[in-house]
Each structure stands twice: as C-alpha cells, then as structure tokens.
Design a protein around this ligand. Structure first.
Ligand SMILES: *Cc1c(COP(=O)(O)O)cnc(C)c1O
Ligand SMILES: [Zn+2]
Length: 475
C-alpha cells in the first residue's frame, strides 16, 4: 500500500466497499484495488453535504469562458465538482476530454433509427486516441497525490498508450506496461514504445497479463492504473457529462457502449446514479452493453444465466461456475475487437450494479456485424476501431428486436480512434481476397458488404481517367 499526502483531510472524499453487507471505508489517501475485509471492489464516494454542488448542470458551461486555464479546458476537470477527490491544483491534465457528440444520419439509417435520433460520442479525439484518457487523468492524479513514482497496467493496448502519454507529457512518474503476446495492434503498441514506457510483453493473453500485473505491483509497490482502480472510473464519468452537455442537458433514452473490462459501463451507471441523487437530472437513461460474440462473458452471465446485482447481494456462484466451465473447456476470448477481447471482466460486479441502476441490458455482436458497423461509422464521417463499432452493431440488433424504438434518442460511445487498428480496416476494404482471408477469414468474417475497394489501374493516363469516370458514374 502506498501512502502519501493527506488527501482525506483536504477533501470530502473517501473509498467504500461496494458490498452493502460490508461497507468498509478507506481514506482517499490509500491506494487499494479491493476491500481488505471482503475482497470486493471499491467506490470513490463523497460527502456531498460538505461540498459545493452546482444547482444545475448548465452551470458547467460557464467554464468554457475560462478555457485558457488548463483545468477548465480539460473535459474531465471542467466537471471537478462532480469528482472532487483531489484539490483542483493537484489534478493532472494533458488536454483530455475535448471530444465530440456527433449526429450521424448515415449510421442512424443503417441501424434503423429515425433521422436525428442517433449520436456518436467520439472519444477517439482524446490525446492518446481513446476514452481511456478520461480515466487516466483521474488515476494519474491520485497516483501523484499518494506519492507514487511508478505506475503500471496490463493492457489490450489503449490503457498502456494512455498511461504512457501521461508519463511522457508530465514526467511525474515512470510507466510499466504489461501486454500479452501477439494480441496488441501496432497502432497501440507503437504509442507505448514511442512515449518511452517500459514495456513487458509476457507469453499469454490479456487475462494472464492482468493477473501478473496485480502480483507485481503489489510486490514492488507500483501504483496500479487498471480499471480495478476506482479513481479511473471517476474520470470516466465525465464522458456522460459531456454527452448530456452535447444534448443541451437533455437525458437521452439509451447509452450504448462496448463492454470489455466493464469500466465504462460501471462509470456511466455511477455517473447517472449520482446525478439523479443530486437532483441534477430528472431520470436515468437505459444502458446497453455490447460484448463481442467471441468474448461474451457478460452476455452469458446476465442474459443467459440471470446474474443480477440484486441490491448488492449478487449470486456470484453463477460467475465462478461459468469461469470454471470456461477453464475446463480451455475456452479463450477471441475477437477482431481486441480492446474487448477479455474473458474475466474485472468490473463485473460494478457493471451489474450499473445495469440495475440504469435498467440496462446486454447483447453480443459477431465480428462480421462489428466490422460492417465499423465500415458504416467510417463512411458516416468519423472512423473508429473495431471494438467501438460493437455499440453500433448492438443498436442495430436492439432496434430490430423492437427493444429500442425507432424514435428514441440513442448515443453510441465510439471508444477509440480509427487509426488504432488499421490492419482490420485495410483487410475489410481490401480487394485482395488473400489479405481478407488472412486477417478476417479465421474469425468467421465471410463478407465485406460495405467495402470501399481501391481501384487497380495500369500507370496510363487514359486508363486512370476511365476508372475515375466509371466510379463517378456508378457513385
Ligand atoms: C478499453 C476499451 C474498451 C473496453 O472498455 P471497458 O471499460 O473495459 O469495458 C472498448 N473500446 C476501446 C477502444 C477500449 O480501449
Ligand atoms: Zn468489503
């Protein structure tokens, strides 16, 4: 356990075990990833009565006028009053959260929603290219406040890119990154290397890397920034504040998000639960969490086996039984959406709590559905990486089922930038059947209905002009 400056005295924040039967509390000046008494996850909580809570969310718009101050510019710290676990001057920013709520008619049509009813929250605009920066600014702030000099994470790629950028920009600590072998896209790996992080590639997959990093950071006293870290989720709450801001502080009907380690879904649930308790929103939107079919633990547990939060008394034997079965059959997660290729989501319990708070549900999408949806997102203006497009594939499914109404207001979270994983994109659009087969065939992807293939022409002016004319006439 790392201990540093007395944060608890300086704030009205504390940590609390999520189990209502335990409810053990800890200071915010402690770095923990689990309850010491019962092993459950921890929340960051606030004594709101001692804090200046804004009377309306619209008050946050005033911060825009002061955006020459880096904390007002940050899309995370602009909302500091809603995550006040550290004094504002201590909060670390690299300019995260300057993201965009983008309406897309093309994608709305694709998923079967009426015009104007679908928005894409584009988190690829963050400094490291994914939503992870929202959480990292908060966890990094906490690490700094408790005096950490090294921070570590296991990562499918984006968490490591994010940790690495906070270390390289601020020079406040050293990054140690654990990755599995062969599962990380070059876009993400290149970031960690370029930003100068110590990168440890272990033989095994993400879940192996996750288990090892927890052991190593415990032994060496390195601060752990994986999404078991409750402070990361505080930063990720702000994605929802910005969605509301983008909608003129109107609450949408649905928030749809891909589910990997379930940090986002957990953070979103907490964000809405708190806003509602504080009287800042009149109702809570529904939450849909979309797994990849090749990494569908949450869908299995919630939709097929009936795992529920149950007011804090979930039957976790449902999960342990499923994990035993998975291990006995040697089943491992496998999907083109590498950011959500996870067998054992670490925030499972917080996520099922979010599902209860938000009347949520879970679906899964195949790699084929994910890549088709991704091509639609790309053609609609803002690209994304495969995992992000699971949200759009999920909406299409839920509209077809009649669960989401054609006229409901839906926001999909595009979690990562298109350039994170160009291999999948190029293979999908490739005119070369062999390239398609190599990258996607093994994943059961058979077709590329929305492929935009390069036109091959000889190096000849007439042939080139002819090809452009033909394309124009067809288009
Ligand atoms: C991390 C990540 C996810 C998964 O988010 P969780 O909070 O772990 O569920 C999805 N998409 C991208 C691009 C990611 O980097
Ligand atoms: Zn506990």
């Amino acid at each position: 356990m790392i201990q540093g400056a007395n944060l608890s005295a300086a704030t009205a924040a504390f940590q609390r075990c999520i189990s209502p039967d335990c409810g053990a509390t800890y200071g915010v000046d402690e770095a923990r990833v689990a309850c010491q008494r019962c092993g459950n996850l921890l929340d960051v909580e606030y004594d709101w009565n001692r804090l200046p809570v804004p009377r309306s969310l619209a008050e946050f718009e005033r911060k825009w006028a002061g955006r020459d101050d880096p904390h007002s510019f940050s899309g995370v710290w602009r909302f500091h009053e809603l995550l006040p676990f550290a004094p504002l001057p201590q909060c670390v920013t690299v300019g995260e959260g300057q993201t965009l709520l983008h309406p897309s008619e093309g994608v709305a049509r694709y998923v079967g929603l009426a015009p104007g009813r679908l928005h894409l929250q584009y988190e690829g605009l963050n400094p490291s290219g994914s939503f992870k920066d929202n959480g990292m600014s908060a966890a990094f702030t906490h690490a700094r406040c408790v005096g950490a000099t090294r921070a570590a994470c296991a990562s499918t790629g984006n968490t490591s890119a994010s940790l690495a950028i906070y270390c390289s920009v601020t020079r406040l600590m050293k990054a140690v990154i654990f990755i599995g072998s062969g599962k990380i896209s070059y876009g993400k790996l290149s970031q960690a290397l370029d930003y100068g992080a110590l990168t440890v590639q272990i033989q095994g997959d993400f879940d192996d890397a996750m288990a090892r990093v927890q052991e190593v950071s415990k032994q060496l006293g390195i601060y752990l920034v994986n999404s078991v870290n409750p402070f990361r989720l505080e930063g990720q709450k702000t994605i929802m504040y910005r969605v509301l801001e983008g909608l003129g502080w109107e609450v949408p009907d649905w928030i749809v998000v891909p589910g990997g380690n379930l940090g986002n879904s957990s953070a979103f649930g907490k964000a809405f639960h708190e806003l509602h308790k504080l009287g800042l929103i009149p109702r809570i939107p529904r939450l849909a969490i979309i797994n990849a079919a090749g990494a569908n633990t949450l869908n299995e547990l919630v939709e097929k086996r009936g795992l529920r939060w149950n007011d804090g008394r979930p039957n976790m034997e449902i999960a342990s039984g499923y994990y035993q079965q998975m291990d006995a059959q040697r089943r491992r997660a496998s999907t083109i959406a590498s950011a959500i290729e996870i067998n054992r989501p670490v925030n499972l319990t917080k996520c099922i709590r979010a599902i209860q708070w938000c009347n949520g549900l879970v679906r899964e999408a195949t790699d084929q559905e994910i890549l088709d949806a991704k091509a639609q997102v790309g053609a609609g203006g803002l690209g994304c990486e495969p995992a992000s497009a699971a949200s759009v594939a999920g909406v299409k499914k839920l509209v077809a089922e009649g669960v989401i109404g054609r006229d409901q207001q839906v926001v999909c979270i595009l979690t990562g930038h298109q350039l994170k994983d160009p291999t999948a994109t190029v293979a999908y659009h490739s005119a070369d059947p062999q390239q398609f087969q190599e990258v996607l065939g093994s994943r059961g992807v058979r077709s590329a209905a929305f492929a935009n293939r390069a036109v091959a022409v000889p190096n000849d002016l007439d042939a080139i002009i002819g090809a452009i004319q033909t394309a124009r006439d067809e288009g």
